[in-house]
Design a protein around this ligand. Structure first.
Ligand code: SF4
Ligand code: SF4
Length: 208
């Protein structure tokens, strides 16, 4: 199943790169807009399967750990700050102004692709996903209403925390009170990492 997920991600990455080369940014933004509607029904599947940043962040995360340059620390200047919203507004305004005033297209999406890879070499993927990504706030807002999402069966969960370790967006957390894992659908990319490692088959994609 993992290979199938990888193929889907690579197909979307290829489509993204082709559209960027051909200057069809608007088509990708249209896909992103559709993904927000999809998030209300299916959860943040765009983030888990279609987002080119996520696809490149996976090898970047692996490389950062391998080279021992990645830290678990979250930089103070990112904590509790609306950096992602600022990134979103700045990206949209600079794109529109450059187009209108200077008649040029700024490659905002490819720039974010490079930033996501660099940030993830240094920090855990959740730092970019939850605190920096300019598309994250919108996905988060729509994703919190998800009709279907990954859910933990509390009767089956033994609180082993294996799922926490593999979650790229800190969407799954084991409660200190009852030692049961809980998934926040607003943060969940529906990626199946947690399902794959759960020893009790406690995690399923179902109606919320
Ligand atoms: S690991 Fe599980 S909780 Fe985390 S994003 Fe993937 S599916 Fe969601
Ligand atoms: S891996 Fe499964 S059993 Fe372990 S804490 Fe997560 S949901 Fe519970």
């Amino acid at each position: 199943m993992k290979w199938f997920t990888t193929v889907i991600r690579l197909v979307f990455l290829t489509v993204f790169l082709l559209l960027m080369i051909k200057g069809k940014v608007i088509l990708w933004l249209g896909l992103f807009a559709l993904s927000l509607i999809a998030a209300v029904f299916l959860g943040r599947v765009y983030c888990g399967y279609a987002c080119p940043m996520n696809t490149l962040m996976i090898p970047s995360d692996w490389l950062g750990k391998k080279m021992k340059i990645q830290t678990n620390r979250i930089p103070a200047w990112l904590q509790n700050k609306p950096i992602a919203w600022i990134a979103l507004i700045f990206s949209l305004v600079s794109m529109l102004l450059a187009k209108r005033v200077l008649q040029i297209n700024i490659p905002v999406l490819p720039i974010w692709l490079v930033v996501s890879v660099l940030v993830t070499l240094r920090y855990q993927p959740s730092v970019f996903h939850n605190l920096v990504c300019p598309f994250g706030p919108l996905q988060k807002w729509f994703g919190k209403w998800a009709l279907f999402s990954k859910k933990v069966n509390p009767d089956a969960c033994i609180g082993c925390k294996l799922c926490e370790k593999v979650c790229p967006s800190t969407a799954i957390q084991v409660s200190k009170d009852n030692r049961k894992a809980v998934i926040t659908s607003a943060l969940c990319h529906q990626c199946t990492n947690c399902q794959a490692v759960c020893p009790k088959d406690a995690i399923h994609y179902q109606k919320t």
